[in-house]
Write a protein that binds this ligand. Sequence first.
Ligand SMILES: Nc1ncnc2c1ncn2[C@@H]1O[C@H](COP(=O)(O)OP(=O)(O)O)[C@@H](O)[C@H]1O
Ligand SMILES: [Mg+2]
Length: 269
Amino acid sequence: MANDPQSLNAGTASTRAGTPSASATGKAASLRVQGVSAGYGAVQVLQDISLEVADGQTVALLGTNGNGKSTLMKCIMGMVTPSAGQVVATIDGVTHDLVGMPTERIVDLGIALVPEGRRLFPRLTVEENLLLGAYRPAARSEIARNLDFCFEAFPRLHERRTQLAGSMSGGEQQMVALARALMTVPRILLIDEPSVGLAPIFVSRTIDKIAELKQRYGLTVLMAEQNFNQAIRIADSGHVIVHGHLEFHGRTRAELSDNDMVRKLYLGA
Ligand SMILES: Nc1ncnc2c1ncn2[C@@H]1O[C@H](COP(=O)(O)OP(=O)(O)O)[C@@H](O)[C@H]1O
Ligand SMILES: [Mg+2]
């Protein structure tokens, strides 16, 4: 009787699927990058990067190609090791130093990356791609529930679950990539250039979807984007990265769009 799977399931608070918001349950997840420098071999890419993503916030990391956005995402995920600085996640009051931690442990803490270019398995179905996202032990034990959660968040993917991922449009593939990250039931979601390569209509739909997911599941989001206008539609604040330096911090949407450098770089003014 002690092994009743229903009661075991009810006892684990590991799935946040369907919880209204982090703050409503007293839970919180935030991320702090402090003085991070990193590169590849002798090539220094990031220099002294500091930023914070507070609980439930969406922070945009804005920059054109080759300025270090993906490198910073990889530093947070433990895929590139910084030569200096700290990456700290605080989840439900517990602080975790991420530098030196293997990627799978970082994922296990509840931090997920939607990689640039989606990185799906084109010859696998939508559902098979999603199942590959159930990496966290906690996520794996609740795989059916998390799959339902993804299909609830993305009803169109449910209709398409047996379709090969490679045969879908770019916009649909981005939805699969987002859904796959949700399979890990993350608290902090890193999204690397969700709009890249998408037709304009899918760009705005993807950005809207990210806002919806964040709102619905109380996610803390760091989003790298080149598409300034789309990114600041949903960002609470943002940083502009130029040649591996954070050149400007807009604490609000208005501060970002009022900035001269931003106007010059992104708005053609
Ligand atoms: N694996 C790598 N090896 C060597 N250099 C790299 C590697 N990945 C990225 N770079 C270089 O680091 C710089 C920043 O790249 P990246 O972080 O991908 O920028 P962004 O995401 O803003 O386009 C670029 O000059 C790029 O060529
Ligand atoms: Mg990139």
